[in-house]
Write a protein that binds this ligand. Structure first.
Ligand code: GLN
Length: 467
């Protein structure tokens, strides 16, 4: 199938950690038979997709981009994977990511994902080690969609990991309301912020995928219990009545001229072509959202990662009784397993999380962050529930993609790249990034829409109108 040929051709982009070409070919054959007999399961029957490698797939290795899980093969499917396979979609592979979803570049034990736009650059050298990055942490997913390998991809978004790479790879990235899509089988980063997200180049495909995977799941206690009504895209959506909020606080230092241009351009389209009303709004506590994100995520990581001890599963270190004749105690074994297999960012977050959770620090950092989280939620409630606006339009990233060498020069435990996106996770709101303009270097720049809690239908309809 075309998808497999393209994946093979673009192998050097480091998009897939594991391919499932044999499975996809078998599934494609079955799907074709169904279509020929007029028995197709639905619109997704025969569509190709990839899944980020922190989402469990039965009998297919799921590494989280880590040496720790290099040989880990789950015995069950995540709910999303299950629902997609039942819809007749064809799984082509598992995509590369930052280790356990921590980062914004998609650089892992399995290499770094290269942005598909590299291929469009005349003198691009496939083997060069300086290249444009794809963003992250779902960078492999975004690259697999933008390069046309697959019709859609499933990623995870804790602070912007679907929207950030989608934006700089030039495709659509959607993070629904927290709890709309089951997290069962998603290997957690921060359970309170993690959301499954969808990427595609076409909004109608993205909506078909959302309609297939959303809705309650008895296996996930945090999935919303209310019945899910499939979303229908309106043939002609009326933007006259829509009020668009421009948050005052979204002009931080470092916002590039070109991202600002994309932002103005999109607001202009809503105003001039859609007759939407544009209002200025304020979300004052948003300036704390990255700090809240960093503290809470480190704390969750500190507790979630206790399971990776390499005893029952995961990486086992070679124990050498010749050099250590008195043997090893439990603690030394676990430390060796973790030291040798978890990367620097992961280990730093475990350490800082444990620090924030110390008895003396708990109130000062952990509880305080939870309180500020609530203030951010309240800010959004005020803007949306007082009917100041229906939708926020914001930049999605500070700038276009950048070179890998530039990333290597930065401090890497947490960065500010998720400034525009993490607030939607902190408040549990639906948000989407859409391709908007090309920069002077012919690289994609996106914009972001954020809307009211559970108004995923609204945001997708508006996105459809905009695109
Ligand atoms: N860049 C953020 C982090 O490093 C976002 C990750 C995510 O959304 N998974 O944690």
């Amino acid at each position: 199938i075309r998808s497999i040929n393209r994946a093979k051709k673009l192998e050097k982009l480091n998009i897939l950690i594991s391919d499932t070409f044999d499975l996809a070919e078998k599934q494609a054959f079955e799907s074709e038979k169904r279509w020929n007999k007029n028995l197709a399961i639905g619109r997704l029957d025969g569509r190709t997709f990839t899944v980020k490698d922190n989402i469990s797939t039965e009998s297919i290795r799921t590494t989280c981009g880590s040496k720790m899980l290099e040989n880990y093969t789950p015995s069950f499917n995540a709910t999303v994977v299950d629902r997609l396979l039942k819809s007749g979609s064809l799984l082509v592979g598992k995509t590369n990511l930052d280790e356990f979803g921590m980062g914004s570049v998609s650089s892992s034990y399995f290499g770094t994902v290269k942005n598909p736009y590299n291929v469009l650059i005349d003198d691009f050298d496939e083997d060069a080690n300086d290249f444009y990055i794809s963003g992250g942490s779902s960078g492999g997913s975004a690259a697999s969609v933008s390069s046309g390998i697959v019709d859609f991809s499933i990623g995870s978004d804790t602070g912007g990991s679907v929207r950030n790479p989608a934006s700089i790879c030039g495709c659509i990235g959607f993070k629904p309301t927290y709890g709309m899509i089951s997290r069962f089988g998603l290997i957690p980063l921060n359970n309170y912020l993690d959301t499954i997200g969808i990427m595609s180049r076409k909004i109608d495909v993205l909506v078909d995928v959302f309609n297939t995977i959303a809705g309650p799941d008895p296996n996930d206690a945090t999935s919303l219990k209310c019945e899910f009504k499939p979303i229908k895209l309106a043939d002609s959506f009326n933007t006259n009545e829509i009020k668009i909020g421009i948050p005052k606080e979204f002009f931080p230092n470092g916002l590039s001229e070109e991202s600002l241009k994309a932002w103005k351009h999109s607001v202009g389209i809503f105003e001039k072509f859609g007759n939407a009303k544009i209002v200025s709004v304020s979300i004052p506590n948003i300036i704390y959202s990255m700090s809240v994100y960093s503290v809470l995520t480190s704390c969750e990581v500190a507790s979630n990662f206790a399971r990776y001890d390499g005893i029952r599963y995961g990486y086992h270190s070679e124990l050498n009784l010749d050099t250590n004749p008195s043997g090893y105690n439990f603690e030394t074994v676990v430390r060796k397993n973790r030291d040798e297999s978890l990367g620097q960012v992961v280990r730093s977050r475990i350490v800082s999380g444990n620090y924030f959770l110390l008895k003396d620090n708990y109130e000062k950092y952990f509880l305080k962050s939870h309180k500020i989280k609530q203030l951010i939620v309240n800010d959004f409630l005020k803007v949306f529930n007082d009917d100041q606006c229906d939708l926020l339009v914001t930049p999605s990233c500070f700038n276009e993609t950048f070179k890998y060498s530039h990333f290597l020069k930065q401090s890497q435990v947490f960065d500010e790249k998720d400034f525009f996106t993490s607030c939607a996770n902190v408040a549990g709101l639906p948000a989407i990034t859409l391709p908007c303009i090309l920069s002077q270097n012919s690289l994609p720049i996106g914009i972001q829409l954020i809307s009211k809690w559970k108004r995923d239908d609204l945001i997708l309809n508006i996105a459809n109108w905009f695109i």
